[in-house]
Design a protein around this ligand. Structure first.
Ligand code: HEC
Length: 186
């Protein structure tokens, strides 16, 4: 009896500790997203102000990966951006990410606002446990200049040159443009 009680207690304790660690990973992920998004948005707004969207394309193509690398290093994880309709093929989702992006679309169709939408899970692949986290990115008004339906011809021309396989146009305000995605080896 005593043994059963202590085993149960131990299991309970272990799951509490694990839940605590998971909360920690979630909080760290939220912080990483905030850093990435905050820095990128600042650079994007400054780039647009300085030279309009044609100029700001470079902010997205060069600064976004650089900021992602910087935040990843600081936080000890991998952060990036993905989408069901990526501009950069290198941002295409893997299997888990694609399933989550589809789930986000479903949740939006059911009335949930994309702004707060997130998903996290501990996934095991090849014997390695990884914490995975995604947060939806809604399309704002600013984004339409490069991801909308009515894109300036000079912007389109530059985008076509840099991204011949671009799928990231035709979005409307409020659509889910994509998501931040984080992987942390455990
Ligand atoms: C000045 C043009 C421009 C504006 C404005 C812009 N983007 Fe982008 N966006 C790009 C470019 C260029 C890329 C490709 C970056 C790369 O090569 O990684 C991109 C990539 C992305 C990606 C990564 C997935 C993919 O498609 O490759 C997301 C997510 C994204 N943008 C969301 C947004 C959101 C949300 C906004 C508004 C807050 C926005 N963008 C505004 C040009 C722009």
């Amino acid at each position: 009896m005593k043994q059963i009680v202590s085993t149960t207690l131990l299991a309970l304790l272990a799951s509490t500790v694990m839940a605590g660690q998971k909360t920690e990973h979630v909080e760290q992920s939220r912080e990483a997203v905030q850093q990435f998004f905050g820095q990128l948005k600042g650079e994007l707004q400054a780039g647009m102000k300085a030279g309009g969207p044609v100029n700001a394309i470079e902010v997205c193509s060069e600064k976004a990966p650089a900021i992602a690398r910087d935040v990843s290093k600081k936080q000890g994880l991998q952060i990036g951006r993905t989408s069901l309709k990526p501009r950069n093929a290198g941002n295409a989702p893997d299997q888990w990410e694609e399933a989550v992006l589809r789930e986000f679309e479903q949740r939006k169709a059911q009335g949930e606002h994309p702004k707060q939408m997130e998903k996290h899970e501990i996934v095991e692949t090849d014997g390695q446990q990884r914490f995975r986290y995604m947060k939806a990115i809604p399309t704002g008004k600013l984004c339409l200049k490069c991801h909308g339906t009515d894109i300036d011809p000079a912007v389109s021309a530059k985008l076509e040159k840099l991204y011949p396989e671009d799928k990231a146009t035709g979005f409307k305000q409020g659509d889910i443009r994509g998501a931040f995605t984080i992987i942390k080896d455990l």
